[in-house]
Design a protein around this ligand. Structure first.
Ligand SMILES: Nc1nc2c(c(=O)[nH]1)N[C@@H](CN(C=O)c1ccc(C(=O)N[C@@H](CCC(=O)O)C(=O)O)cc1)CN2
Length: 290
């Protein structure tokens, strides 16, 4: 029976560390870390995630500033808002929820955020720092994936890790983090030929293709560790819907450990956002005293 890696419990522990860090900061006479959350449009899933983020900020003592803009917001208006947030000293972190409406160039928007406030780690400066192993803010989902892996594997050196998915916000940064820890990393995607055979060589599979139940039981080697980043809403046959991951969960009980969906990577994404916001606030304080 595969061990279930409990992302909710791990996220609660990380939130507690963040809450203590925020309280210490306040005790030293500093203001609470501030996070600006920008949502453009009314994508239902994004609405849910943003609401979770704002509630989570309140739980740990981070001040959140919510900016909800209509779907037809011009790109320039969004750039103007970000320019204002970049120079606002009460704002230590800025996140722009993605996906953005189609008329907005996400690359331009994410590239306009001050890298020091880029708590999503999407700015090219932070991407470059991650790929050169020189610090910076690390994207929340990949950071959460590494923390989940650390609960079941002590040392990644030399292990075969197969990442399925090549997105800029998940697949590519996870590959960088695994490489940094000396794993042997193969980045694959939905078009990769012979994906089942490649996956079967893996000690670690990180499935982030956004393709429900893609990874079948026969793709998985006995004793592998499986991290499921996929979250897709599918009809449940009773008029409602439920969430499924990229891994055919019921077929992988011969794995060593697996993350559930929901309750695996998702809660860690939000916990890592809070911890990145505290980190950005601490960095700002250090820069001020330097
Ligand atoms: N600016 C960003 N946009 C997006 C990111 C991101 O990290 N930064 N990631 C995803 C969405 N996301 C956070 O924004 C996110 C996804 C899922 C969860 C989560 O807790 N999922 C729960 C299930 C909740 C549900 O859907 O009912 C779980 O897996 O248990 C949190 C955050 C894209 N956009």
């Amino acid at each position: 029976m595969a061990q279930l890696i409990d992302g909710r419990a791990l996220a609660r522990g990380l939130d507690e560390e963040t809450r203590i860090g925020v309280a210490e900061r306040l005790g030293r006479g500093h203001e609470a870390p501030g996070l600006a959350v920008v949502l453009v449009g009314e994508d239902p899933a994004s609405e849910v995630y943003v609401a979770h983020k704002i509630r989570a900020c309140a739980r740990v003592g981070i001040t959140s500033y919510e900016h909800r803009l209509p779907e037809n917001t011009p790109q320039d208006a969004l750039l103007t808002l970000i320019a204002r947030l970049n120079i606002d000293p009460t704002v230590h972190g800025i996140l722009v929820q993605v996906p953005l409406p189609r008329h907005i160039d996400a690359g331009v928007i994410l590239g306009s955020i001050d890298p020091a406030k880029d708590v999503d780690g999407f700015h090219p400066v932070n991407v470059g720092r991650l790929s050169t192993g020189t610090g910076g803010l690390v994207p929340c989902t990949p950071l959460g994936v590494m923390k989940l892996l650390d609960t079941v594997i002590d040392d990644l050196t030399g292990l075969n890790a197969v990442v399925i998915g090549k997105s800029n916000i998940v697949g590519k940064p996870i590959a960088m983090l695994l490489l940094e820890r000396e794993a042997t990393v193969t980045v694959t995607h939905i078009e990769t030929r012979g994906l089942p055979e490649i996956a079967r060589q893996a000690d670690i599979i990180v499935a982030a293709a956004g393709s429900p139940r893609l990874v079948k039981g026969f793709w998985v080697k006995e004793g592998a560790v499986l991290i499921d980043v996929g979250i897709t809403r599918v009809p449940n046959g009773a008029g409602g819907e439920h969430l499924v991951g990229d891994i055919a969960f019921n077929e992988v009980q011969h794995a060593k450990a697996v993350t559930p969906v929901p309750g695996g990577v998702g809660p860690m994404t939000i916990a890592c956002l809070l911890s990145n916001t505290l980190k950005a606030a601490r960095n700002a304080e250090e820069a001020h005293h330097a």
